[in-house]
Design a protein around this ligand. Sequence first.
Ligand SMILES: [Zn+2]
Length: 277
Amino acid sequence: MSDICLLCKNRKVYHIKSHLTPAGITENTYGERDSEHIYTIDAEEKVIDEYYGRNHPQQENIEIKKEPNSRKGIFCKKCEDDLGVYESALQDKLNELINSIGRDATVNRVDTGTKYVDIDIYPNVLITFFLSVVWRQCLEQTLDGKDIPLNPEQFEELGNLVVDYIAVPIKEMVKRQTLISPVMSIFTSYNTKTAATYANPHPKNTNPLIFFIGPVVLQYWLTDQPTNEFEKITHIDRNLLDKSLTLDKSRLAIVNEGKWEKIHYVVAQTLARQYLR
Ligand SMILES: [Zn+2]
C-alpha cells in the first residue's frame, strides 16, 4: 500500500491504528476501547467472525486478529489529529445525550409528530464529524474490496470536503455560516446500549443513503427525491425524512425500540440472503 495519507493525499502516513468508524461513538454499543465485542459478517467472502478487544473478559485465546473498523498506517499525523479534535468535541456529549433518552432528556416533537432531542453541539461541528464518518466507512469498504454506495466522483468530493473542514479549528468553525454539505440527518432509539447495531453502510443503496454508526443511524441525501418505496426497503418511516430534522438544526430524531430493531433486522436479513447465495 502507498505510504501517502489516504485523506489529504499529500503527507506521509504514520504508523498508528486509525478507527474508520470512531471508537468513541461505537463504544457506546460495542463496549469500551480494548474491551469490545464485535461481530462481523462478510457476505461476499462468506465469513462470520467474532472479535474481542484485548482486555475483554471473554478473551480466552491468544490468536491475534485484526480489529474490525480499524487500520494501521492509512492517515498522516495531521489528518489523524484533526479527525481526533472533532471526535473529542462531540463523542462524550453525544453518547451522554443518547443514553439520557427515556430518562432525563427533554424530548420534543416536530409537526408530523416525530420525536427528537436537541443536541448541544454546533451544526458545523456535527456536519464535519458525520461527513468524516461517512467518508471513512466508504474508505473501509474500499479497503476491504467491497462496493461503496457513492460513485468515485461523489467519494472524492466528500473526501475533499472532509480534508477542508477538519483543518478548521473548532473555535473558528462555530462562527462560520452553515457549511456546504450533502443534507444529513440522524436518529437513534431507547436503550441502544444493549441493542444490536452495526458500523457500516446499509447493503441496499437508497436515497437518502443509510449509514449505521453504532447508536446512531445516519441518512445522507444524494438528491432531493427519496427512492421509490424507501419505507418498504428500509423500514424507516417517511416522517424521518422530514427536513425539520436535519443535522444543520442540531437535532437527533428518536424511533421506538420495535422500529429500531426492525430497521436493523432488515439489514441482517439482506446480508444473510447474500451470504447464503
Ligand atoms: Zn493526511
